[in-house]
Design a protein around this ligand. Structure first.
Ligand code: MD3
Ligand code: FE
Length: 207
């Protein structure tokens, strides 16, 4: 029998934490958010190169990036100028179940991957509070997720994430390099169109 590699310290993978009914409820909640705060195409700092993932947010603060101002959190949508919608109760519940952290989430980044989208290896370091974990929820098609260590050249391991899976990233791995190498199109029927949605719940400000 193959023996699975242990995940890096501080990372917990909860396969199929959300059953089908809860995944469908979550998709409905996300549809309502996207109706108020449409997906936008983020651009890389300096080069302005478009990312292949489309994004939006809910919560008091949302993560955005563009050519001129780079990566940051802000309280309003970069296209509509409106405040981000509130974090739906179903998402705050998942944070309370999984984060093992006293404070409520302040931000939820919604990443939408179509069949060809990917996310290069990067660190999440735009938050002021690295003591809080990041809670990641996968919906729709499977993906191949990669995670390494705190230095870009550190060895990496890959993990296939499926719809309903949750990954909690904290402790020693909070500043680990990570990315999404590929989507496996057509591996889920949850979404009307193929593709994958990832939700990341976070604290941004220091307690
Ligand atoms: C490991 N999102 O939004 S979520 C991101 O699937 C992001 O959309 C990916 O990376 C996605 O920044 C991965 C899992 C994740 C999130 C944050 C991490 C893994 C992490 C922070 C540190 C280490
Ligand atoms: Fe990230």
């Amino acid at each position: 029998m193959p023996v699975p590699k242990p995940l890096p310290p501080g990372i917990r993978h909860l396969p199929f934490h959300l059953d089908g009914a809860r995944q469908r409820q979550l998709v409905e909640a996300i549809r309502a958010v996207v109706a108020e705060a449409p997906l936008f195409t983020p651009a890389m700092p300096k080069t302005g190169k478009a990312m292949s993932v489309r994004m939006t947010n809910c919560g008091a603060l949302g993560w955005v990036t563009d050519k001129d101002r780079g990566y940051r959190y802000q309280p309003d949508h970069p296209v509509t100028g409106r405040p981000w919608p509130a974090i739906p109760a179903i998402l705050a519940d998942i944070w309370r179940e999984t984060a093992q952290y006293d404070l409520e989430p302040e931000a939820c980044l919604i990443n939408h991957y179509d069949a060809g989208a990917r996310m290069g290896l990067h660190q999440d370091r735009d938050e002021q509070d690295f003591a809080a974990p990041v809670v990641s929820i996968s919906l729709g098609d499977d993906c191949l997720f990669r995670v390494g260590g705190p230095k870009r050249g550190d060895p990496t391991m890959s993990l296939r994430l499926a719809s309903g899976d949750i990954v909690v990233i904290g402790g020693e791995s909070r500043l680990a390099f990570h990315g999404v190498d590929r989507i496996y199109p057509g591996t889920s029927v949850l979404l009307k169109r193929q593709g994958r949605i990832n939700l990341t719940l976070r604290r941004v400000t220091r307690a």
